[in-house]
Ligand binder design. Structure first.
Ligand SMILES: C[S@@+](CC[C@H](N)C(=O)[O-])C[C@H]1O[C@@H](n2cnc3c(N)ncnc32)[C@H](O)[C@@H]1O
Length: 386
């Protein structure tokens, strides 16, 4: 079995895992961990290369005897030189100090020279695990205590390399006015859609396209109402090809108002639309009011209605993964509920999560993404045209 430690927006992380392992049984899931019942290490390690909603992946030990120090000590017998290791407990780690001391003592009793790298008896961060090379050594251990008090234990096989992640983002043209889709979210949306030939009709700065190229995609299409943003996207894609991957073989680009999607040459070429819609103007924390929001929604609704009405006429049958805005005014969420009627009229909403006892979609079958300090959040849907 493999345990996936989930990212902050854990529901999206679960949706990504489920999209990548559609036929694998979920052994256990909560807001921090998703455990998959699979023995296929090759499949897991391959998929981890592009997974972004998971912070760390732990291979679980099927013969765990409820004795951390004995298990670690047994494992250490095969190592040459000083045994350097880390140990974390998810989530209630009040016994961490005690177990670390106990393990050190057991190792010493077995004549094994060792050092744990936990600082101040705290769980290890991804950066510490990477820095100390513990994944390659196979010496970062985690005890997971589930809400029903089942214990799962063994070693980390992968951690997300945050540094290389920010490096690939570096150099991209940024523009706060356009509003950039967070790359992590873009990647998860691509996995959720089951990507292949992606079309983004609101390309902005091209985040969706770039992330799909970085995942090895060879065919992308994009359009936007703004010539300027089209050019920025071209520049960002060129940067990606020069500095990272150059797998792109087929592409297409036009200036196009999404209200006229019927005239887009890419609808017939792509097999998924993945897009963050125009989220509307950038509101400031103290200037946003319900009245301003109502005006904004009216304008957005006009674009959205036309888009779906005309898309229906194209008989587009593939997956659509899309974000709509919602707003946080002084702690209260205002959803773009007017859009729900349009979705109802033209689309079928595809659930992003399987049926789980403890974790659910929103009432409108979407999942949410929002940073604490942001006024605009994103409501994510997977759709098919009716
Ligand atoms: C928030 S950005 C999209 C971000 C983009 N998906 C990304 O991955 O970076 C919104 C984009 O919608 C474009 N836009 C606004 N109204 C539009 C319309 N009617 N048709 C097409 N594009 C439009 C804007 O020019 C802007 O580039």
């Amino acid at each position: 079995m493999y345990a996936f430690q989930l990212w902050r927006e854990y529901k999206l992380s679960i949706a990504e895992i489920v999209a990548l392992f559609p036929t694998t049984r979920i052994e256990y899931v909560d807001s921090c961990i998703c455990i998959l019942d699979t023995q296929n290490r090759d499949e897991v390690t391959k998929k981890l290369q592009n997974i972004w909603g998971t912070i760390k992946c732990i291979e679980l030990f099927s013969n765990y005897t409820w004795n951390v120090s004995a298990s670690i000590s047994k494992h250490a017998e095969d190592f040459q030189g000083k045994f350097r290791y880390g140990f974390s407990i998810l989530w209630d780690n009040k016994n961490l100090k005690w177990i670390l001391i106990e393990t050190k003592k057991t190792l010493k009793d077995n004549w094994i020279s060792s050092r744990f790298i936990n600082k101040d008896f705290k769980n290890l961060s991804s950066a510490q695990i990477i820095w100390e090379n513990l994944t390659l050594r196979g010496t970062d251990f985690t005890l997971i205590i589930s809400s029903n008090n089942t214990h799962y234990f063994w070693k980390t096989i992968w951690v997300q390399d945050i540094e290389s992640y920010s490096k690939r983002d570096y150099g991209k043209t940024r523009d706060m006015e356009v509003g950039m889709l967070p790359p992590k979210l873009a990647q998860m949306m691509i996995h959720i859609s089951w990507w292949s030939k992606i079309y983004d009709p609101f390309c902005g700065l091209g985040t969706v396209l770039i992330e799909s190229i970085l995942m090895g995609n060879s065919e992308v299409y994009w359009s936007d109402i703004s010539q300027e943003n089209i050019e920025k996207t071209k520049k960002n894609i060129a940067f990606t090809q020069e500095n990272f991957f150059n797998t792109l073989k087929v592409s297409g680009v036009s200036v196009l108002d999404a209200k006229e999607i019927l005239t887009s040459p890419y609808i017939k070429k792509c097999d998924s639309i993945i897009t963050e819609w125009y989220l509307g103007q950038i509101f400031q924390k103290y200037s946003v009011t319900e009245k301003k929001l109502a005006i904004e929604k009216k304008e957005l609704l006009d674009i959205y209605t036309n888009f779906f009405e005309w898309l229906k006429k194209t008989k587009f049958q593939w997956n659509i993964v899309i974000c709509f805005p919602f707003w946080d005014i002084k702690g209260k969420y205002f959803y773009f509920s007017d859009i729900y009627a349009i979705l109802e009229k033209y689309t079928k909403i595809v659930p992003l999560l399987p049926k789980l006892q403890n974790i659910h979609h929103t009432r409108s079958w979407s999942l949410l993404y929002k940073r604490d300090e942001q006024i605009v959040g994103r409501e994510i849907f997977k759709l098919k045209m009716k």
